[in-house]
Design a binder for this molecule. Structure first.
Ligand SMILES: [Mn+2]
Length: 251
């Protein structure tokens, strides 16, 4: 820890930054967070959707280059940086991870956090009421599909990503007008229960739904939902004494 900073040690969790050239202030907010607060952390976990879109490690976005340099500088100070794929940046590969000094985590993953077993997941796996999305997820996470996609020229992949985003927005528009958006795109409680049971944990941390909250559930279980970085930042701090603190960062 740098001299003069009286912050308690903590482990930091973020997700759903959706970094995009259209919101350079948010990229700057994240780079500042990495350069300052994260320097004093025990570890930084990025639980998916770091980027709004990622078409392969030759992705030409300026945000990609800035974030790689920023995370690499953090990792070089000895702070471990872990990355789990989201539904926007699932094509982020070993090449970019090496450049950024980050370690890839499978989804879901169980970690040991100050003596407690904690389940980490991006969160889309929990949204099982969205049957149509789950089918798309199975297709796009298939290694053969990904290899075929990555073999396309960059321009074709960028065009595909733009088309996929337009289709996703159209679907969300349909769900909004049908009044099903709120329920279908949220976590299915029975699926969350099954995740707690299957992994033998009482604490779960995820993002994806953009509904930040610390849910205290029956049986002493806790489901923590990270917030998005659309208009502000959102960070979860976990402390060695077992406390969790979820708060916003102002640009
Ligand atoms: Mn997501």
């Amino acid at each position: 820890m740098r001299a003069g900073i009286m912050r308690a040690m903590s482990t930091l969790f973020v997700s759903d930054l959706h970094l995009d050239p259209a919101r350079p202030d948010i990229t700057r907010l994240f780079v500042d967070f990495v350069a300052r607060e994260a320097r004093g952390a025990d570890a930084l976990y990025i639980l998916g959707d770091l980027f709004e879109s990622w078409v392969g490690d030759d992705d030409p976005s300026e945000a990609g280059a800035l974030v790689a340099a920023s995370l690499r500088a953090l990792a070089d100070t000895g702070v471990p940086v872990w990355f789990m794929h989201g539904n926007r940046d699932f094509l982020l590969g070993a090449g970019y991870a090496a450049r950024a000094g980050i370690q890839l985590l499978a989804d879901p993953a169980v970690i040991e956090l100050y003596g407690r077993r904690v389940l980490l997941t991006h969160g889309d796996l929990l949204c099982t009421d969205d049957v149509e999305y789950q089918a798309i997820r199975v297709q796009t996470r298939n290694p053969a599909w990904q290899a075929q996609m990555l073999a396309q020229p960059l321009q074709a992949r960028l065009a595909f990503a733009a088309q996929a985003r337009a289709a996703s927005q159209a679907r969300q528009g349909e769900m909004k007008s049908a009044g099903t958006m709120e329920t279908i795109t949220d976590v299915a409680p029975a699926t969350a229960d099954a995740f707690f049971d299957e992994h033998g944990v009482d604490t779960m941390i995820h993002g994806h739904t953009h509904r930040p909250a610390i849910h205290d559930l029956p049986d002493g279980r806790r489901r923590i939902v990270l917030g998005d970085w659309y208009a502000q930042g959102s960070v979860l701090r976990a402390y060695p004494d077992g406390r969790f603190e979820l708060s916003n960062l102002t640009p």
